[in-house]
Structures are given as C-alpha cells and as structure tokens.
Ligand binder design. Structure first.
Ligand SMILES: O=C[C@H](O)[C@H](O)[C@H](O)COP(=O)(O)O
Length: 224
C-alpha cells in the first residue's frame, strides 16, 4: 500500500472509534471514506449494531456489500456521527468537498449530524482553500445563469464531463468546477454562492466539521 493509502486507512481506523452501539451513522463518499466502510463492516460482523445513512449510491452499494445496515434519512431526526473525506481542509476545519460529485447529499448528512468527522491523508491539508477547484452542483436548467453569476464573482467555471457528456450527480444535476484562485475569505464566498438560484450546493463546508483526523506518516494528527 502506498503512503497516502496508509494515511487514509490510519485516519479511518482512528475515526471509527467514535462509533458506538445503536448509533445512526453517516457514511461519506470517496477513496478515503471507503476505509471507514471496510472498518465498520468488520465491526458489524463482530456484533456492532448501527444504522447507516450513505451519502451516495456508490457508498450505499459498498456498505451493502459489507452487510452494513442502511436506513432512509427521512426516517431519522438526527445522525449521531458521520465520517467523510475531503478534497482540502484547513486547520480551522474549513473544507472543500465534492471531488466525487457527492457534495449535496454529503452536506445534508453533515447538517443533520451531531458529530462530523473528516478523515484525510496529509496531502489534503492546506493553508488556504482553493487550489482544488470548487465543485458546485447546479440544476441543468440553471447552468448558464449560474455560470454567469460565477463569472461575476471572479470564478472560472467549467462543466464537469464524463465520457464526453456532462457528469450527472445522484440527483441528476450537473457539476461546475469553479476556479476562484486561493480563497481569502471562504465564509464570505460561501454566503454569496448560497444566494444564487439554481445552485443547489457548493463544496465549501464551513462550520460543519467538528473534527479532522489526518493520517501523517505512521500516526494521526487531530484538529478539534
Ligand atoms: O464528492 C466526494 C466527496 O466530497 C469526497 O469525500 C472527496 O472528494 C474526497 O474524496 P477522496 O477521499 O477520494 O479524496
């Protein structure tokens, strides 16, 4: 296993210690969150009783393959703990997410969670967010309008493509990857993006992560 994968796995192993018997658990999406599903699969096999809410169809499939019980998000009034990955994070626990296109469900799950633990390898830590272009989920009808609004905010938006066609999210929306350069004030940009009609979610997660666990070398570093 290469160094990055080891760091992801270490962070996941540390994060699953927060999961307790009979809890409702949010499952993130991506190559880091995958390690959480593997660990939880082992714990469920050993007798842990949990009900999980996946943040994407892909995660739902993976969790089911490990016999992890799932529950409909509309059947619960809270989530005890969610463990998810990120594309970038700062020591203040501000994040960019959505590299895999799961940002809308991830944000809803994070918003319903009492504890949102982010796990990452050391390459994800940055001083300022924005080197990773900001994923923005847009309803197809609003694509042109949203692109114009992003331009007005000095963002350069590019429609995400897959196999020569627009990439579609689990909600059948488009993703625009927007380059704002390094972002001086992420909360202010998030606030402006929140005002744009037809933009259903952006990848800036501000004030949502309660803890970031970063794998670094053969240990972990925690940001509370
Ligand atoms: O949409 C995908 C999610 O926000 C992922 O958590 C994020 O892209 C990080 O993915 P990975 O762990 O594969 O780097």
């Amino acid at each position: 296993m290469d160094q990055k994968e080891l760091e992801k796995e270490l962070a996941a192993k540390e994060a699953v210690k927060a999961v307790k018997q009979n809890q409702i658990v949010g499952l993130g999406t991506g190559s880091t969150a995958k390690y959480v599903i593997i660990e939880l699969g082992k714990m469920v096999k050993d007798g842990l009783k949990i009900q999980c809410i996946p943040t994407s169809n892909k995660t739902a499939e993976l969790a089911t393959s490990y016999n992890i019980p799932l529950v409909d998000i509309n059947m619960v009034d809270h989530i005890d703990v969610t463990i998810d990955g990120a594309d970038e994070f700062t020591k203040e626990k501000m994040l960019i997410k959505g590299g895999g296109g799961a940002l809308l469900r991830e944000k809803i799950v994070a918003s319903l969670s009492r504890e949102e633990i982010i796990i990452a390898d050391a390459s994800k830590k940055v001083d300022k967010l924005g080197k990773f272009t900001l994923p923005i989920e847009v309803i197809p009808f609003a694509l042109n309008y949203v692109q114009l609004q992003l331009t007005a905010l000095q963002g350069k938006g590019k429609l995400r493509q897959l196999d020569g066609k627009p990439f579609l999210t689990d909600q059948q929306n488009y993703i625009v990857d927007a380059d704002f350069g390094l972002i001086d004030n992420p909360p202010a940009l998030a606030e402006k993006l929140n005002q744009i009609e037809g933009l259903v979610a952006h990848g800036l997660f501000i004030g949502l992560a309660t803890r970031v666990i970063m794998g670094i070398g053969d240990s972990v570093q925690v940001f509370n």
